[in-house]
Design a protein around this ligand. Structure first.
Ligand SMILES: Nc1ncnc2c1ncn2[C@@H]1O[C@H](COP(=O)(O)OP(=O)(O)O)[C@@H](O)[C@H]1O
Ligand SMILES: [Mg+2]
Length: 314
């Protein structure tokens, strides 16, 4: 990391606390909702809209990166166009004269699937719990892909469940820009997204494609059903590029987790994780991803009455 980057990273220019107003004067901060690798998220009252919103404050290094700020401005405009009940709505990107930059978005009164998983008895979801959520997740992805928008950072931490048990997919288009910026400043290579859920083609620096989201969906479901993503220790890039993911049933046996997964579901997860960087493979993965909505798993979701986790939640 360069000296300049280290200095920016160590600066704590975000002196945010309850009652602080930003925007300027439009948003009053209520409480911190959480922190991720790329910034801090606050619940705020939006005086103009008259409702509560979530504000994602960008880390200092991104606020000093003109390329990232431009990319984010563009991505928030694109994401703003997405209107879907299972996608967290992005409202606006704002940068203040003092340098603080944030994204305002729909506030979700709920928890992420990574948080929910840890509260399950064996720290995994059963397929019966997961099926209705996968159905909603695929509806969100089908819609966004139809609008020409790729997520590029699907992971359990970016899938929230609101208090009514509805899936809300977070950070559309934003997460990958943020992580690209962080690596430009740090001098380390980046391909956007989060390594454990990243497709081989995204890792290789290929242009964004639907197949990236299909792979990340597979890696996300693999973790939610087994407790670990397909690759989780050692040389992750090497494994993502070269090593086939361990069949889901074998992984469950290895980890000693008793969580029967219907074979057709396990097969679909593994199909999403199939490797290959060619266009044919991408199309194949895309079609396999679509099967979640048409095939057995989706039918089971219907039989569940659309409840699953929500039935035992908040
Ligand atoms: N729109 C939102 N509404 C409510 N909580 C949110 C929202 N977006 C993010 N959060 C909370 O803030 C935390 C940090 O989010 P984020 O910075 O996106 O980190 P991550 O890298 O885990 O995606 C999340 O885990 C979630 O608990
Ligand atoms: Mg997030």
């Amino acid at each position: 990391m360069s000296d300049e980057a280290a200095e920016i990273n160590s600066s704590s220019h975000l002196r945010l606390k309850t009652g602080t107003t930003v925007g300027p004067g439009r948003f009053t901060l209520i409480r911190e909702l959480g922190r991720g690798g790329m910034g801090v998220v606050w619940l705020a009252q939006d005086i103009s809209l008259g409702e509560q919103v979530a504000l994602k404050f960008l880390p200092p290094e991104v606020c000093h990166d003109p390329v990232a700020l431009n990319d984010l401005r563009r991505e928030t405009v694109r994401s703003h166009r997405l209107t879907h009940t299972n996608i967290i709505r992005i409202h606006d990107f704002q940068q203040q004269p003092d340098g603080i930059a944030f994204i305002s978005m729909e506030y979700v009164d709920g928890q992420t699937l990574s948080g929910w998983r840890l509260q399950q008895p064996r720290q995994v979801f059963t397929w019966e719990q997961l099926a209705p959520l996968v159905h909603q997740l695929c509806a969100a992805l089908d819609y966004a892909h139809g609008e020409g928008v790729i997520h590029r950072d699907i992971k359990p931490a970016n899938v929230m469940l609101d208090s009514r048990g509805r899936v809300k997919l977070a950070d559309f288009g934003i997460a990958a820009v943020l992580s690209d910026s962080a690596s430009r400043v740090s001098g380390r290579s980046s391909t956007g997204g989060t390594l454990a859920y990243m497709s081989p083609q995204q890792l290789s620096g290929k242009m964004p494609s639907v197949a990236d989201d299909v792979y990340a969906l597979g890696a996300t479901l693999y973790e939610l059903l087994t407790g670990r993503p397909p690759f989780f220790s050692g040389d992750l890039p090497h494994q993502i590029l070269n090593v086939p993911a361990q069949p889901l049933s074998e992984r469950l046996l290895d980890l000693g987790v008793d969580n029967p997964v219907p074979p057709e579901v396990a097969a679909l997860v593994m199909a999403c994780l199939a490797k290959g960087t060619g266009a044919a493979s991408a199309e194949c993965q895309r079609r396999r991803g679509m099967d979640w909505r048409r095939g057995q798993p989706t039918d089971r979701a219907g039989a569940n009455g659309g409840r699953g986790i929500a039935g035992s939640s908040t």
